[in-house]
Design a protein around this ligand. Structure first.
Ligand code: SF4
Ligand code: SF4
Length: 298
């Protein structure tokens, strides 16, 4: 942790708000993963679910910007009781990505989600968290039986014509080539032909459960003027997150008071100081840690 009170971190300016995230279910998730950077678990009531009213206000306010993508996240966003209406509401605006562990996507749910999407011109995208292609490694982190349930969810999405993106936290420091080979083999066995966009490999954020169960940041792991590299490529230069208690700079920081930039989209700071240690990880990830990478090196 940073202890020098005099330390002034470099900052990032919000250049162009293109990516709007909705943090739907607070810290509530049906899984309890050992690496969860928010520390989510079943029935975690420490944060409220985001209400439809707040989502509507944020969508109205976002008209000032040119939002290109909307993301629905949690916890597990499919636990939100209004999820179907939220998907419909957001799909009216632009393409929507749901970040999910996919364990709640059975055949019926996948078919229903496809029906919803068919009413709109925009695309519904699923980004599924699955950190390893081996059952043993996945279950070690996400809990016994999770691998089979996640794969079943992916199967159902594929069956109804979705093009899921696997989001893998590289906990075991495996080479990207090896991870890619393993995941692509897994997807091919399901009759799915994966492309580069179907796999997003990210470095672990050493906060939340990860810092308790695996590893935390070293004292010297923070962003400073001497190590900052091209801050405009960081997600916080084009992203904001709407939560039940205000607007945050990025999804990693919705549980950190330093991540809050304002109470509403129209009343929030465009400047963000990269003080949290999580920002150090972003610096070293090849691409933005959170948003979809539609082209290599975005
Ligand atoms: S990592 Fe994702 S799936 Fe796991 S507990 Fe956290 S929010 Fe839930
Ligand atoms: S964690 Fe990454 S995206 Fe979030 S504020 Fe820090 S640098 Fe920006």
């Amino acid at each position: 942790m940073i202890t020098q009170l005099s330390f002034k971190a470099p900052h990032v300016e919000l250049k162009n708000l293109r990516n709007l995230w909705f943090h739907l279910t607070g810290l509530s998730c049906n899984l309890k993963c050992k690496h969860c950077y928010l520390g989510c678990f079943p029935n975690n009531k420490t944060r409220n679910f985001l209400t439809m009213d707040k989502i509507k206000v944020a969508l109205e306010e976002s008209k000032k910007y040119k939002i290109e993508e909307i993301y629905l996240t949690g916890g597990e966003p499919l636990l939100h009781p209004d999820i179907n209406n939220i998907i419909r509401l957001t799909l009216k605006h632009t393409n929507v990505t749901i970040l999910t562990n996919a364990t709640l996507i059975n055949d019926k749910k996948a078919r229903f989600l496809r029906h919803i999407e068919q009413d709109f011109n925009n695309e519904l995208i699923f980004r599924v968290s699955l950190d390893h292609y081996s059952e043993e490694k996945c279950d070690e982190i996400r809990g016994k039986g999770s691998f089979k349930k996640i794969l079943s969810g992916i199967d159902n999405l594929i069956r109804y014509g979705f093009n899921p993106i696997i989001s893998a936290v590289n906990i075991w420091e495996e080479s990207e080539d090896s991870l890619k080979e393993g995941f692509f083999d897994l997807l091919k066995k399901k009759g799915f032909e994966p492309d580069e966009i179907n796999l997003k490999i990210i470095l672990p954020l050493k906060i939340g459960e990860y810092s308790k169960n695996i590893q935390s940041y070293e004292e010297n792991e923070y962003v400073s003027d001497s190590n900052i590299k091209n801050p405009d490529r960081l997600d916080c230069a084009n992203t904001r997150v709407v939560t039940d208690n205000g607007i945050y700079a990025c999804p990693a920081l919705v549980n950190d008071p330093r991540g809050k930039v304002g109470s509403s989209l129209l009343n929030s700071s465009e400047k963000f100081f990269l003080e949290p240690n999580a920002c150090y990880t972003c610096q070293f990830n090849k691409t933005g840690l959170f948003n979809n990478n539609w082209s290599n090196g975005e």
